[in-house]
Design a protein around this ligand. Structure first.
Ligand SMILES: Cc1cc2nc3c(=O)[nH]c(=O)nc-3n(C[C@H](O)[C@H](O)[C@H](O)COP(=O)(O)O)c2cc1C
Length: 551
């Protein structure tokens, strides 16, 4: 009797809303999931008695129920264990976060690595559509770091009708070079076949051919796709010596010679380091290491390819210079240079000393900034390793000038060079020539999806997935690459003319201003005072902050 009474009152109590509320509060989401599932199945069963078609709802309910049960019992993801089914939403939202940010949230000046203003400009210039802007600048001209160029009251009017074929060229090739190269002011920076799809490589090379500029192969070797459209090439050799390696990964002179002598190869660049991962060596994830790429590189397919962080062909500055001479001789006298992101300054100064000691000079040096891009890199290396371009470029230019070597060596700069002003800025700091990588990718169709390291690039630029790369039309994108290069150099020449200068070589540090405080502005020439030619050659003339490198 007592028990029946207790059960009756308990049942009555259950009807009490407050009690139900408290019970609901105590119940874990897992419990609620089971409860809701049971209620739904019972409801379906109830409705089934009068309307049999409701049974089809189970096609949806049963898989969802099983997914929820799986979530409860799996042990890897706490969020899914505690919040079965709805916990999965987190992964869905995370996966579409970049798109939501890019399409709906980011402002025109905020997007990273390349903001919307610049992305739009690249697309407009590559399609040769209207690239002007209405209503004034969207930049905050009073923030620290804002930079601008001085124009002249006596601006030149010599650019309006200039033809692409009349754009200035820069001769690369020092005293020992037998085959100097007349380089365009803006070329395609190193990006390998492997990190890029074959269609992207071909489109870029086609663009280079149309626009008479050069494409750097990247460290992944020389592929048939670099050669097909006959655009000029700068062949890059990294620490993995892809395209000129022995089976044990060391340098092979015969294979080098075979490729270096190809007429399309105009210059050869030894890669010491790149800004996005200096001191690390290249990374090709296994998913992108196809049979074809492995064959071109002389490696095993479907494995992660990690190039060594340093070269095995030389281990000190003197050997480095001798290696440059060896490559120059093997290539029949083509320009040989090296690419680096500046790290320890002493090491670069030691290389300059070795140049003087051996009397062997590179024909060019490429300086990549820490802000540089990559297909795949460890986050710490991308974020916190390597000198940014402006400081690195100033250091290299000044040091070479200090050793009186600058006149014989051309400098190429890479690191977010997207507009005519970016070109002016690096020329003011000391560069002769510019490289662009990511802007060229965008001209090829890249939408900055930020998935180059996953083989899922949705526009077929940075993937080896055949069906994705089909979307990239080589002819169309080849034209766009050529257009982007032409329009950007044209805008650069317009700036040079607006400054009242006849020739890009007249640009100097005094032409660029940087805001360094709310009420303070300094010229590049004040922030980075130029060295006197040869000042590092004697202890008397050496700037104080350089003395330590000579002890
Ligand atoms: C997809 C991709 C692949 C790259 N591969 C190489 C490479 O093989 N060798 C190299 O020296 N630099 C490589 N880089 C770096 C670029 O050549 C360039 O130095 C750097 O991205 C800075 O230029 P940017 O700011 O115009 O992109 C790569 C960059 C990207 C985005």
């Amino acid at each position: 009797m007592q028990v029946t009474k207790y059960l009756f009152y308990s049942w009555l109590n259950c009807l009490d809303i407050d009690y139900i509320y408290r019970l609901k509060k105590r119940m874990k989401v897992r419990g609620k999931f089971i409860l809701i599932a049971v209620v739904l199945f019972v409801a379906v069963y109830g409705v089934y008695q009068v309307w049999t078609s409701i049974i089809w709802v189970l096609v949806l309910l049963i898989p969802l129920f099983l997914m929820g049960i799986f979530d409860i019992f799996q042990k890897k993801h706490a969020i899914r264990r505690n919040y079965p089914l709805i916990g999965r939403l987190r992964y869905v939202l995370e996966s579409i976060r970049p798109e939501i940010m890019q399409y709906f949230v980011e402002t025109n000046t905020e997007g990273r690595p390349i903001n919307r203003i610049f992305r739009s400009l690249i697309y407009q210039r590559s399609k040769k559509v209207n690239d002007t802007t209405p209503f004034g600048t969207q930049m905050n001209v009073y923030r620290s770091g804002y930079e601008w160029m001085d124009h002249s009251m006596y601006a030149k009017n010599n650019v309006k009708d200039i033809k692409h074929s009349e754009y200035p060229k820069i001769k690369v090739g020092g005293k020992d070079c037998l085959k100097p190269y007349q380089s365009s002011l803006l070329n395609i920076s190193a990006m390998s076949f492997g990190s890029l799809s074959k269609n992207a490589v071909m489109a870029m090379n086609k663009g280079a051919k149309i626009g008479d500029f050069a494409q750097n192969t990247g460290e992944g070797g020389l592929s048939p796709y670099h050669l097909k459209h006959k655009g000029d090439l700068i062949w890059q050799i990294g620490t993995g010596y892809f395209g000129c390696r022995n089976h044990n990964g060391t340098f092979n002179t015969e294979l080098f010679k075979e490729n270096a002598l190809k007429p399309q190869v105009k210059m050869i660049e030894i890669k010491i380091s790149q800004g996005a991962k200096p001191g690390h060596g290249g990374i090709l994830p296994a998913v992108k290491n196809t049979e074809e790429i492995a064959k071109i590189r002389g490696i095993k397919p479907n494995t992660d390819v990690l190039s060594p962080p340093a070269h095995s062909a030389f281990s000190n500055p003197i050997e480095f210079m001798q290696f440059i001479k060896e490559l120059r001789d093997l290539s029949g006298g083509k320009p040989i240079g090296f690419k680096l992101c500046i790290g320890q300054k002493q090491e670069f100064i030691d290389v300059c000393k070795a140049m003087i000691k051996t009397n062997i000079l590179p024909d060019f040096i490429t300086i990549d900034g820490g802000e540089g891009g990559t297909g795949a890199a460890p986050v710490e290396f991308s974020n916190s390793m390597g000198m940014p371009l402006r400081e690195g470029l100033v250091f290299v230019h000044d040091t070479l000038k200090g050793f009186d070597l600058r006149k014989n060596i051309k400098l190429i700069a890479a690191g977010k060079i997207i507009t005519g002003f970016h070109m002016v800025r690096v020329l003011a700091l000391g560069a002769d020539i510019c490289y662009s990588a990511r802007a060229m990718m965008m001209a090829t169709g890249c939408i900055q999806a930020l998935v180059c390291n996953t083989n899922t690039c949705p526009v077929g630029v940075a993937t080896q997935n055949k069906s994705l790369m089909k979307g990239l039309d080589v002819d169309d994108k080849g034209n766009r690459v050529a257009n982007f290069q032409e329009e950007t150099v044209h805008s650069f020449l317009e700036l040079v003319a607006a400054a009242g200068l006849e020739n890009p070589s007249e640009i100097s540090r005094k032409h660029i201003n940087r805001r360094i405080g709310m009420h303070k502005v300094a010229k590049y020439s004040e922030i980075y005072p130029e060295f006197i030619t040869g000042c590092l050659l004697t202890s008397k003339t050496r700037p104080l902050n350089y003395q330590k490198y000579f002890n």
